[in-house]
Ligand binder design. Structure first.
Ligand code: TRP
Length: 330
């Protein structure tokens, strides 16, 4: 089976946008690929989080992925910081990564602008750590969003450069894997744009019935269509997109017909949408709460994942040491 690696930044609770944009893809993929999924907790240090936040956000993201169906018996799920081998590869790659090219990456420039008081070397070398994450397991494919394309190009460049310098074909260039046509872009409830944590318009998988219903009932609408079969403004289109993922075809068609003959009442649509979203999220929410309480389970998953990941990592580091001219550690 082809090897797949992807890193997940522990940035708070998963929302519907994450679920339909990425998580669902991972869940499906794990059965067809030799999949490594890890929580990129070392990457998160670029913004200097507090120790208690690191622990909590890692636990949360792990529990939520498990609740969604990521299966530790099928894929290798681990915390980046449990596999220190990646740091050795990070060092080797950094020796062949040039200041100019690192400074030119869009994400570095953006972050340097956002946190001008903390333009640290970790921020600059974010792409080399990411390349090390991938090359450590000699992954063939990397499922990531479009925003990671430049980092992926760097990873390929570092792999090629290593091969050239050491006259080897050791690393294959990892291919980016757009999470596919199947990924659905989930809109926000504020009339425009996509759902996102920073946009403040997200429905979280862990939202309870009351919270979720309140969010849906507050969604932006307009005064309704005045002519049959009129174009849908974005805000209304967004509600229909959500109906499409959460409700039955029957319900969807019912409201579509009502929109087209101008008899639609947005209040009814929202009530139905809220109920269907609750029905979708509730079982996941229950599993999240259960798993979050089960420290033994979380520890076991992390330990088991780290063992599998380190086995693969040690093999690569041993071979890389030999290629570079160091003795393998025993
Ligand atoms: N940079 C990725 C992001 O921001 C996270 C990440 C870190 C990653 N290492 C990786 C993704 C390796 C894929 C492979 O989402």
């Amino acid at each position: 089976m082809e090897r797949v690696v992807s890193g997940i930044r522990p940035t708070g609770n998963l929302h519907l946008g994450n679920y339909f944009g990425a998580v669902r893809g991972f869940i499906e993929m794990q059965h067809n690929y030799d999949s490594f999924f890890f929580i990129a907790d070392w990457h998160s240090l670029t913004t200097h989080p507090r120790p208690e936040d690191i622990v909590r956000s890692t636990q949360t993201i792990l529990a939520e992925y498990l609740a969604c169906g990521l299966d530790p018996e099928v894929s290798t799920i681990y915390r980046q910081s449990d596999v220190p081998e990646v740091l050795e590869l990070y060092l080797y790659l950094n020796m062949n990564a040039y200041l100019g090219e690192l400074e030119r990456t869009t994400s570095f420039k953006e972050k340097a602008r956002k946190q001008p008081d903390n333009v640290n070397a970790g921020l600059l070398t974010y792409p080399t750590l990411m390349a090390a994450d991938i090359l450590l397991h000699r992954a063939v494919r990397v499922p990531v969003g479009k925003d990671q394309e430049q980092n992926m190009e760097m990873a390929r460049k570092f792999a090629r450069r290593f091969n050239t310098i050491y006259q080897t074909e050791y690393f294959t260039e990892p291919q980016s894997w757009a999470l596919g046509e199947k990924a659905i872009k989930i809109p926000g409830l504020d009339g425009s744009g996509k759902m996102g944590k920073s946009e403040g318009n997200a429905i979280y998988l862990v939202d309870d019935e009351k919270t979720l219903t309140k969010k849906v009932m507050r969604a932006v609408t307009d005064s309704g269509p005045t002519e049959p079969n009129s174009m849908m403004p974005e805000a209304i289109q967004n509600l229909f997109t959500l109906l499409q993922i959460a409700s039955s075809e029957e319900v969807y068609n019912h409201f579509l017909t009502a929109y087209n003959d101008c008899s639609i009442r947005y209040g009814d649509l929202k009530k139905q949408l809220a109920a269907d979203l609750v029905a979708f999220c509730a079982p996941i929410r229950e599993r999240i709460l259960e798993i979050e309480k089960d420290q033994m389970l979380l520890d076991r998953v992390a330990r088991q994942g780290a063992e599998k990941a380190r086995e693969s990592a040690r093999k690569t580091i041993c071979e890389v040491r030999q290629i570079i001219g160091f003795k393998p550690l025993n």
